[in-house]
Design a protein around this ligand. Structure first.
Ligand code: TYD
Ligand code: MG
Length: 456
């Protein structure tokens, strides 16, 4: 009984019912102390008074070997993973239904299998025949990936235990079903239990697991959000449906930088990687048009240029519309407020639409100045110089603040044929990469200098 074991050795953790000078278990002297119990909370919920074993502690200086990684050989995927797939890691790939998660993971499975991993692909949504059909379409039928079509977690874990794969793909976590939980597949408790069982199994069996999770905008199905804290890496696959780009973004990564993106294009033969996303995002740009601005951004560790478009039109409604795609609506409201109160550019009675071209979603504050430029350009019906990129953060006072990695942004712009940059004063020692820098101090000065001729 726990309450009889009232003495514990602080050296080895052994419990005894009476005090003695020497520990019988490890032979140490003067290490037996009386137990005071662990928690004083109510017995039902607390862990109780009984001692466990002492943990082995280590210090920060000791270096343990980094876990081995396997490269897929697809640069866009490997970069998002932080430099390849880490052994015994758990990943979650979320995204809207139909965006291409199964396609991406089947292609990744084939790549990892070819690079020496034993890979099992478990589909709970499609039959083996359907997955094989997709593999044929992708030209992957010869890859040594093993398939299973099942949803019973108990059977899946038994199979994995016997087969000992290096990587298992679970498509999707919402279809999995643990028979000891009394609720329907896709419910929060099922999703959470299955994900927990799978990640624990992965950690104890040195297997990596990639789980697919659907997110619905309505939140009708338990989203993969409940799983996010359990896994090492969370990737989101996003983009507009239709023949467009797909962006794989790491929102959490214990083994690499977060916010890294990989850009893919959905083709008739699966996803093709896009090595130079800036060129792609800008490819449909024609002559300079009012409301269109090229933003020099940074996504993760890589500079990406993209086009920000704005449309400003008189509103027929008493409450004008503000519609944003690819950027934060609250941030747009803030920039319009700064334009209105610090620069005398009001938007009352005007509908405002803002769009980041190509399905990219920008989260950087560095896009502030580009957004402001697009808004003023659309409102004044005056195009910006075609050869200029724009970036910079705007503070509430209307001052412009320098942003990180200015030089990388300039280099990328130079590479794509731009010759000037409209931006805040850069930190000392920043190279101009051959661009003509138009340094701005505040937003009012920017509006004055760039659109001044049109004002008044
Ligand atoms: P899928 O991977 O099934 O999406 P998810 O698993 O995220 O629900 O792919 C969905 C879409 O991709 C589907 O509408 C068809 C299209 N697709 C292609 O355009 N090319 C291809 O080679 C494949 C396999 C799919
Ligand atoms: Mg699917």
């Amino acid at each position: 009984m726990a309450k009889d074991l009232a003495f514990t050795c602080s050296a080895c953790g052994a419990s005894t019912s009476k005090w003695s000078g020497k520990c019988d278990a490890c032979g140490a002297w003067n290490t037996i102390h009386e137990d005071t119990g662990l928690a004083a909370g109510p017995k039902k919920t607390s862990i109780g008074g009984r001692r466990g074993k002492t943990l082995k502690l280590t210090d920060l200086a000791t270096q343990e070997a980094a876990p081995p990684r396997t490269l897929a050989g697809v640069e866009e995927l490997d970069r998002v993973l932080g430099g390849g797939l880490v052994k015994a890691s758990a990943l979650l790939v979320g995204g809207d239904p139909g965006i291409g998660k199964s396609t991406l993971l089947l292609q990744a499975a084939a790549r990892f299998a070819r690079n020496g991993l034993k890979v099992i692909y478990v589909s709970g949504e499609e039959s083996n025949a359907q997955v094989q059909m997709r593999a044929h379409r992708l030209g992957l039928e010869k890859s040594p990936v093993m398939l299973a079509s099942d949803t019973n977690l108990r059977d899946i874990l038994t199979t994995l235990e016997a087969e000992k794969p290096d990587l298992t793909i679970i498509d999707s976590i919402q279809t999995m079903w643990a028979d000891h939980v009394d609720s329907a597949p896709g419910s929060v408790s099922q999703v959470r239990t299955c994900a927990h069982e799978l990640t624990t199994f992965a950690k104890t069996h040195e297997m990596s697991v990639i789980m697919v999770g659907h997110v619905t905008k309505e939140g009708a199905i338990a989203g993969p959000r409940v799983v996010e804290h359990m896994v090492d890496t969370v990737l989101y696959f996003e983009g507009e449906r239709g023949p467009q780009f797909r962006i794989l973004r790491s929102v959490k990564n214990r083994f690499g930088p977060a916010d890294e993106i990989g850009v893919f294009e959905m083709t008739g033969k699966g996803l093709a990687e896009v090595r130079n996303p800036s060129a792609l995002f800008l490819s449909e740009r024609g002559e300079p048009a009012p409301g269109s601005v090229v933003f020099a951004g940074i996504e993760g560790t890589r500079p990406v240029l993209c086009e920000i478009q704005a449309l400003v039109a008189p509103s027929p409604h008493s409450q004008p519309r503000r519609s944003v795609v690819g950027w934060d609506g609250g941030r747009l409201a803030m920039i319009m407020a700064v334009l209105e109160s610090r620069c005398g550019v009001p938007f009352t009675g005007l509908d405002v639409y803002l769009n980041v071209a190509g399905g990219l979603r920008i989260t950087e504050p560095a896009a502030d100045l580009a957004v402001a430029a697009a808004l003023v350009s659309a409102r004044e019906d005056a195009a910006l110089p075609k050869e200029a990129v724009v970036f910079g953060e705007i503070s509430l006072s209307g001052a412009l603040r320098p942003v990180i990695q200015t030089e990388n942004r300039l280099k990328e712009a130079q590479k794509l044929g731009f010759t000037s940059a409209i931006m805040p004063r850069p930190p000392k020692g920043t190279g101009a990469a051959g661009l003509d820098l138009r340094e701005m101090q505040d937003l009012a000065g920017f509006v004055e200098q760039v659109f001044g001729a049109r004002q008044g």
